[in-house]
Ligand binder design. Structure first.
Ligand code: ATP
Ligand code: MG
Length: 208
């Protein structure tokens, strides 16, 4: 089973947005997928409650306490997407990473976020499971503005530090709208949004 942890010590970088959207990808391709909420803020559980019954099913798991991490109630799942908490402490990070086959780290194209993210990546790279290659790290630039050159700077820095950026997700109001609707970009099939979905392909391919 694939277990994809979306995490960064930085708050507000798009962990819940990435986790919910990745979950809708698996759900819409027919996989049995659960979204495990490891954040006491309960954002992704609230998203799940808003999700319409007519949409592809995303099961909900509550991993908000250390004891609950790893619990899947005997569900026979293809994938678990884990929405990690912000300000992750090292012990909890280790417990979550011990579960993960993949670690997705969103980062904003804002210089305020970079140092903290690099420090976080250096920290998790030290964890034995990651060092031994049993969990892969995927860095995603999130909320990219097409008219800004900041993302180029971000990509340069991350490549230098050994954490190349895998893909760019643009800043789009549709993500906020979907969040409010308990939906994700892969619930939509219209041609107009296909360009937005295409941005996710490098990440989704790496996860497969
Ligand atoms: N690509 C995007 N385009 C537009 N808005 C976005 C995008 N990604 C995230 N957002 C918005 O940015 C805000 C923060 O995103 P999100 O809640 O996913 O971050 P987070 O890392 O989970 O935050 P927290 O640390 O509080 O858990 C939300 O309002 C979300 O709708
Ligand atoms: Mg969140």
């Amino acid at each position: 089973m694939r277990k994809i942890l979306v995490v960064n010590s930085k708050g507000g970088c798009g962990k819940t947005t990435l986790a919910t959207n990745i979950a809708t990808f698996y759900a819409n391709r027919g996989d049995d997928v659960a979204l495990a909420d490891a954040d006491p803020q309960k954002s992704s559980r609230a998203w799940g409650k808003r999700r319409g019954k007519d949409l592809a099913k995303v099961q909900a798991l509550n991993w908000s306490t250390a004891e609950r991490i790893g619990e899947d109630k005997g569900k026979d799942l293809d994938a678990i997407v884990i929405d990690g908490p912000g300000g992750l402490r090292s012990e909890l990070a280790k417990t979550l990473i011990a579960e993960a086959t993949d670690i997705v780290v969103p980062v904003l194209p804002s210089a305020f976020d970079w140092d903290a993210t690099v420090k976080f990546l250096d920290g998790i790279s030290e964890i034995k499971r990651v060092r031994k290659g049993r969990a892969d790290i995927h860095v995603v630039a999130n909320r990219v503005n097409r008219r800004s050159s900041q993302v180029v700077e971000l990509e340069k820095l991350m490549a230098e530090k050994g954490y190349p950026v895998l893909c760019r997700i643009n800043d789009r109001v549709s993500y906020a709208r979907d969040a409010a609707d308990g939906a994700g970009i892969f619930d939509h099939t219209d041609k107009a949004s296909s360009e937005i979905r295409a941005q996710w392909h490098p990440l989704l391919q790496a996860l497969d």
